[in-house]
Design a protein around this ligand. Structure first.
Ligand SMILES: [Zn+2]
Length: 409
């Protein structure tokens, strides 16, 4: 893929396109058109997503209003209680949450953290977002996920800017009130699928999510991965492949991998025919090291570092679970890996207004795509894909923890 075309794709998708919004659909249609232009027809498969339209959200600190964003899908109403700052989630800290509105140090919460707070009797949760130097009105919008709430009750949740969170403590705030009014409904999000058939009726799935968070234009996270799989498609489309390539551009990854979860659920019967999932999430930055996180056998980890050495392309290959769309595949028994070029958040921060095309190097994009295309070519042209289908116990344990089936040790 030429640098000009890559640049154009980044420029034409340089806007917020959050899960379940018309902008997300616009980018889905745009990616479909990119596949069509390469001569590989694509189609869209939609799936339901819980949505919340915030009508009003307020947080008051001892009666004085401070800027906030209400969490989608956390319900509507009003709650007032004593403020309790809780930087850690150990049992002693959690015990102090009874009847309090809890201020966390994070921008979100996992299943066990939420369950513990509800059992302890917390009345509401304040999260914080960003960097004390970010503009005060830069406050990310998140949702209270059904997978986190489980069987517990919902409580009102709101996000503050970190500068305001610090000020709550500085000003010795005693009581806080959260008030939210929202309309909750079922929306739609979309996966974009394209297929390049091979000789066998078996596939390598290339995946990358295209949705963004609420403030991000998502050039690095993750239009870079989408451009990556388009580049691989272009490089391999005239090659005689033994395994077919299936491209899955996932929607709603930022809401908890909803697109890849929907794909692996809706295509469950075909999963035995997927030899490997190669997922791209964030490549092509000026700074940063290239990594491969392998949710499959050890041999693939070694193979990746060998092929990197052979091609003079440094790869830090490790076994484990990556927080991206490779995870639902691995969880259903499909060997999977994620490639990423991980830049320091000082140079290329994500999930914020600074994730823009200028953090990317088109020359680095070309090199990253060339490596990923060569690896994919070798796998797709192999007589029999060499990657074993047994997911190692260590990876299974990490999957159980990541997917909230087991507490982290
Ligand atoms: Zn991402």
């Amino acid at each position: 893929m030429t640098q000009e075309l890559m640049k154009r794709i980044f420029a034409e998708t340089d806007f917020v396109h959050r899960s379940g919004t018309p902008e997300e659909l616009r980018v889905a249609e745009y990616l479909k058109a990119q596949c069509d232009a390469l001569g590989v027809p694509a189609w869209i498969e939609s799936f339901p997503v819980a949505m919340g339209e915030i009508e009003e959200a307020h947080v008051y600190a001892d009666g004085k209003e401070i800027p906030c964003k209400g969490f989608f899908c956390c319900g509507s109403g009003e709650v007032e209680a004593e403020l309790y700052y809780m930087p850690a989630q150990d049992p002693v800290s959690v015990a102090g949450a009874k009847d309090k509105i809890v201020l966390m140090d994070s921008s979100g919460i996992g299943f066990f953290g939420y369950q513990d707070l509800m059992k302890a009797g917390a009345k509401g949760i304040l999260f914080q977002y960003g960097d004390i130097h970010y503009p005060i009105d830069d406050i990310d919008e998140r949702d209270l996920r059904a997978a986190v709430v489980g069987e517990e009750q919902k409580v009102l949740c709101a996000m503050l800017n970190t500068a305001d969170a610090v000020n709550l403590l500085r000003s010795e705030t005693k009581r806080v009130k959260i008030s939210i009014r929202q309309r909750e409904y079922e929306g739609r999000s979309n996966n974009v699928i394209a297929e390049l058939p091979g000789k066998r009726d078996e596939w390598i799935v290339l995946s990358a999510h295209y949705d963004t968070t609420a403030l991000s234009h998502g050039s690095y996270d993750n239009m870079s991965g989408c451009v990556g799989i388009l580049g691989v498609l272009e490089a391999l489309k005239d090659k005689p492949l033994n395994y077919g390539l299936r491209l899955v551009f996932c929607g709603s990854e930022e809401r908890g991998l909803l697109g890849s979860k929907a794909y692996t659920k809706d295509h469950e019967a075909e999963l035995p025919k997927i030899a490997l999932n190669v997922n791209l999430d964030m490549i092509g930055t000026w700074l940063g090291k290239f990594i491969a996180k392998v949710s499959a056998e050890d041999k693939l980890v070694h193979y990746l570092s060998y092929i990197g050495a052979e091609l003079s392309f440094p790869v830090e290959a490790k076994q484990g679970v990556y927080s991206s769309d490779s995870t639902p595949f691995a969880d259903k028994g499909v060997p999977a890996l994620s490639f990423a070029r991980l830049a320091s958040p000082n140079a290329a921060p994500i999930h914020c207004r600074y994730d823009l095309p200028e953090v990317l190097s088109m020359a680095q994009m070309e090199k990253d795509i060339a490596f990923i295309a060569e690896f994919t070519r070798r796998m797709a042209m192999s007589a029999v894909c060499p990657v074993g289908r047994d997911i190692p116990e260590k990876v299974k344990t990490e999957l159980d923890e990541y997917l909230f089936r087991k507490r982290r040790a």
